[in-house]
Design a protein around this ligand. Sequence first.
Ligand SMILES: Nc1ncnc2c1ncn2[C@@H]1O[C@H](COP(=O)(O)OP(=O)(O)O)[C@@H](O)[C@H]1O
Ligand SMILES: [Mg+2]
Length: 173
Amino acid sequence: MPRVPPGPTASASGTLASTSPAHTRSMGRALGEAAAPGTLVALIGPLGAGKTVVAKGIADGLGVSSVVNSPTFVLMNEHRGRLPLYHVDAYRLDDPEEALAAGLLDERQAGGVTVVEWADRLGDWLPDERLEIELIPEGAGNRRRLRWTAFGEAHERLARTLATPKGRLQARR
Ligand SMILES: Nc1ncnc2c1ncn2[C@@H]1O[C@H](COP(=O)(O)OP(=O)(O)O)[C@@H](O)[C@H]1O
Ligand SMILES: [Mg+2]
């Protein structure tokens, strides 16, 4: 699969502090509510950082009623919501190139919302237009730093919802 020419460079970035799983989930919900067809959220962080919690929040925001868990035996789960949610977990991916050639990320996702856990495992194969969120556990408790970077205008707009009063309000619920 040929690489496309150089895509957008990071257009916006910021940091958020989460103090609980519910807090992180509500940040995800704000993203799910604002998500548009073609939204891609790339989640990076160690095991237990809260990537799946973000995915569950995004599902909430999309009105998904099925249970969102890390896709364990498959690389991708699909859920029905306001927009289809494609939930990818690249943890067990040995060969990203092969998985992508086999259709892990394909044109269907342009019509839905894609959330990729362990997105760093896709390396350069990750689509250029995306909202990347790195979850960084701070200490042994519930604190997480969420460092986000938006690539491209659409995802920059999406990222702004994280900073809106509504997003903050939800984040405190
Ligand atoms: N601030 C927080 N945000 C997200 N999860 C948190 C937070 N504090 C504690 N947790 C806990 O950390 C774990 C995160 O699990 P999960 O989302 O499955 O991680 P990952 O998908 O990154 O491996 C959950 O048990 C969750 O309750
Ligand atoms: Mg997970």
